[in-house]
Design a protein around this ligand. Structure first.
Ligand SMILES: Cc1cc2nc3c(=O)[nH]c(=O)nc-3n(C[C@H](O)[C@H](O)[C@H](O)COP(=O)(O)O)c2cc1C
Length: 210
């Protein structure tokens, strides 16, 4: 049975990014694929350690990350799977640090430093990136999103992107310093826009491997 791995890149286990991921994994599951969710913030790992074991020409581990921590079995499982869905909040216009560290460990073994641009992975994986964010328009982060898409496409496999915009960040805006946001409009977005985002995530998961 084909397998889809879902990565939750938020420290929150049941908020926007996690809900988007669960919806996408539901779609994949209902399309007949085995699914598994992994929460990065429950794992103990670092970014790339620059050990270059993945690039040693005489090494049986060529093209694979050798760092033995909680991420190692996750990376191995991803490369044995068929689909990868990463759902993450945007932090300061980029990935949260944990997601960036995960990306370094996934990308670097594939990147061979060769003049012809050969990558070590066979790029069989279908990848979907889901980003959730406060801003109401994707154009704010188009450069970042395109750059991530390009890196995943060239090193890991064909990649698509879905964004959930204008997300609700807290249950009760009156309890936090947040005058930059209109809580009524935020709640409206949660009630009307987010259900559509979840439906789009479901479709993305259902169609990922088709
Ligand atoms: C540390 C931090 C930095 C953030 N930076 C941004 C940002 O640069 N742009 C943005 O649109 N939202 C930003 N946000 C908001 C989150 O991306 C947004 O609320 C997201 O949907 C949260 O995902 P979660 O509910 O899965 O945790 C930031 C949130 C935090 C906690």
């Amino acid at each position: 049975m084909k397998k889809v791995i879902g990565i939750n890149g938020s420290p929150r286990m049941n908020w926007n990014s996690a809900k988007m991921l669960d919806s996408a994994l539901k779609g994949a599951s209902e399309a007949g694929y085995e699914t598994k969710r992994i929460d990065l913030y429950k794992l103990n790992y670092t970014g790339c350690r620059s050990c270059f074991a993945c690039k040693r020409l005489d090494s049986p581990g060529f093209g694979r990350c050798a760092v033995a921590d909680d991420l190692k079995p996750v990376l191995d499982e991803i490369l044995e799977s068929d689909g990868l869905i990463i759902s993450s909040p945007v932090y300061f216009g980029s990935d949260p640090g944990m997601v960036r560290s995960f990306c370094e460990r996934l990308w670097f073994p594939s990147h061979t430093y060769s003049t012809d641009g050969t990558v070590a992975y066979d790029r069989h994986l279908r990848v979907a990136l889901i980003y959730t964010m406060n801003v109401p328009r994707q154009e704010f982060y188009e450069e970042f999103i395109e750059s991530e898409k390009e890196k995943f496409s060239s090193m890991v496999g064909e990649t698509s992107v879905l964004c959930a915009l204008d997300t609700l960040q807290f249950d009760d805006y009156s309890r936090y310093s947040s005058s930059a946001f209109d809580p009524v409009r935020k709640q409206e977005s949660r009630d009307t826009r987010f259900p559509q985002d979840l439906a789009n995530a479901y479709r993305l998961g259902r169609e990922l491997l088709s």
